[in-house]
Design a protein around this ligand. Structure first.
Ligand SMILES: C[S@@+](CC[C@H](N)C(=O)[O-])C[C@H]1O[C@@H](n2cnc3c(N)ncnc32)[C@H](O)[C@@H]1O
Length: 577
């Protein structure tokens, strides 16, 4: 057996990297020196392959909740490649103000597409806009016609990796696109052809090829820039993006990216990771922009050695039918995770209907079978699945109307909607939950319904809604790795309601000093739970989350001031604050 030697100097090595145990060192100094090189490789997982999942990630050691599993820069990043996103600066990918006048200073000097500033550094960066700009210049008429398809740009950026980074192009080529489901004649082929393939080829690639090669031009390549821009390759690139790209919606950005390792994570509706992106407002260079969209993946729960590492490809607050349909349509597989297999969805009853014959809930007999009937868990009355779909779809519109412009939401309209939905749906159905989450914020903020003006009944209603919604969120996402903002809103609003009740009790001398101290402690603990849920939200990665974290801190300070002014003793020690 060969002796274990130091990876830095080849001397005998008694020390090993304690995290991965894969490399050895003669001394702490050499371990420290090597860390810069080793940290990328020191990952607590390996890539495994199975018949039903394809490649996936498996933990190679126990990982504690919150530990970082991986951080890496994107292979390629650009405006979202579907549902044509709103105008975005092609330099830094930040959203542009609606209807902003396109003065010279807000146009890319090369292709004339709108930008945040003609000086935006990303415009000169080959991996971001510079190479793409050469292509877009061949079709400036689209700017004049205002026919700007932002969703076609990420596929173009992918294609351009052939020239800008052949290494990244090779990695991208190793990703799967489920082409077997996207052949000519399929809806998705037709849609991709119209939206991306024809748009890019007719407006930019064909004219550019003619400019570069003259009469020898073929539409399938552009000399010196793109070896292969055939229709088949464009279709494959879009398919790869559909299956593997991650969406980055934070801070109003409508951006998607492909990551070289993170894409290997399998889906589960009960995932064991959370991720965040290092979003920055402006980017000075390639390195900075890569850092701006760098992903950090953490364990959201303790992960045991041998366990699969998973993320969620779909929406956690959708019911099982909708999640499975979405996963099959976009990612090409039938999810069979523990939440999908459970008719009660981890006890949340997020998809349950109300039984009209008794007080029970209608749940699917077998949620993994799309055609299975539903049945009441009280009286066993059956309901055909077509009927369930009909009921839920017919209520979509009603919910949409009630939530239109949440800023203007009206408590009475929302209460009426909750009542109507409640006639057909379980109170925790996702439609009901969505309306209740708005309603619990409207009490205490709507004009005429400010906290101090709420009736006792309205105050109790607000608190009850907060507890009810929070309870369901915690069943679906116990570590609050995806619903942290939703849950923080419930905790903050519950604290506001309970504090108002406490103030009223104190003013009416209906509380004792000890009871007040205990109540203040409970209020503080609600806010501490909200702060904990938001612990990874930073202004760069999640401006909304950071704003909410600021509101929680402000509420904590306000609570302390109130406790001091009212000489509330610190719970347990009899001292006043
Ligand atoms: C982003 S890729 C993940 C990497 C992929 N397994 C590979 O080998 O390249 C997504 C694809 O992985 C497979 N997959 C991921 N999660 C799955 C799951 N829970 N059940 C079945 N297939 C899954 C599906 O084929 C899906 O379209």
């Amino acid at each position: 057996m060969s002796a274990v030697v130091c990876v830095t100097c080849s001397a005998p090595a008694p020390l090993k990297c304690s995290a991965c145990q894969a490399v050895a060192y003669c001394s702490r100094d050499h371990q420290k020196q090597h860390w810069k090189t080793h940290k990328g490789a020191c990952r607590p997982f390996e890539v495994s392959t199975s018949a039903d999942l394809g490649r996936h990630l498996v933990a190679t050691r126990d990982v504690a909740a919150d530990a970082v599993l991986l951080t890496e820069s994107p292979l390629v990043v650009g405006p979202r490649h579907h549902d044509n996103p709103r105008a975005t600066c092609l330099g830094c990918l930040q959203p542009l103000a609606d209807g902003a006048a396109a003065s010279d200073s807000q146009m890319c000097p090369g292709c004339l597409w709108p930008v945040c500033s003609a000086e935006c550094p990303g415009l000169r960066d080959a991996l971001h806009h510079a190479a793409e700009c050469r292509v877009l210049q061949a079709g400036r008429h689209v700017v004049l016609k205002n026919d700007l398809r932002y969703d076609a740009l990420l596929p173009l950026r992918c294609l351009l990796l052939q020239k800008t980074s052949p290494q990244r192009w090779r990695t991208l080529q190793g990703m799967h696109g489920h082409m077997e489901d996207r052949g000519p004649g399929s809806d998705v082929h037709r849609e991709t052809q119209d939206r991306v393939v024809s748009y890019l080829r007719d407006n930019f690639l064909r004219p550019l090829s003619v400019i570069v090669s003259g009469s020898a031009a073929t539409p399938d390549s552009v000399d010196g820039l793109l070896e292969d821009c055939s229709e088949a390759t464009l279709h494959r690139v879009v398919a790869i993006l559909d299956v593997n790209a991650l969406e980055i919606c934070s801070g109003g950005a409508d951006v998607c990216a492909l990551y070289p390792t993170a894409y290997l994570m399998e889906h589960s509706c009960v995932p064991n990771t959370r991720h965040s992106f290092g979003l920055a407002r402006t980017a000075a260079s390639t390195a900075d922009q890569d850092a701006a969209f760098r992903i950090t993946l953490r364990a959201s729960l303790d992960i045991k050695k041998g366990a699969h590492i998973s993320t969620m490809y779909t929406h956690i607050l959708w019911g099982t039918m909708a999640r499975r349909e979405h996963l099959y349509a976009v990612k090409g597989f039938h999810c069979r995770c523990p939440r999908c297999a459970d008719p009660r969805e981890l006890g949340s009853k997020l998809s349950a209907l109300r039984c009209l014959s008794c007080s029970g809930s209608l749940l699917p007999d077998n949620p993994l079978d799309d055609n299975a009937d539903w049945r009441c868990d009280g009286c066993a009355a059956p309901l055909a699945v077509e009927h369930v779909v009909q009921v839920v779809t017919s209520l979509d519109e009603q919910v949409g109307r009630a939530l239109e412009g949440v800023g203007r939401a009206d408590a009475r309209l929302l209460e009426d909607t909750v009542t109507k939905l409640g006639q057909l749906l379980h109170p925790h159905h996702y439609h009901c939950l969505q309306v209740k989450h708005s309603l619990l914020q409207v009490y205490g903020s709507q004009a005429g319904l400010e906290m101090s003006r709420l009736t006792e009944e309205q105050l109790q209603r607000k608190a009850a809604l907060c507890r009810e919604v929070l309870g369901v969120l915690l069943l679906l996402d116990p570590p609050l790795a995806r619903l942290q903002l939703y849950a923080a809103v419930c905790l903050l609003e519950l604290q506001r309601a309970d504090l108002e009740s406490l103030k009223r009790a104190a003013a009416a001398a209906k509380t004792t000093p000890a009871a007040t101290a205990a109540a203040v402690q409970d209020l503080r603990s609600l806010l501490q739970r909200a702060a904990h849920a938001l612990r990874f939200e930073t202004p760069d990665s999640s401006p909304e989350g950071a704003r909410m974290a600021g509101a929680v801190q402000a509420a904590l300070q306000e609570l302390d001031v109130w406790a001091r002014v009212n000489k509330v003793p610190v719970a347990g020690d009899g001292k006043s604050r």
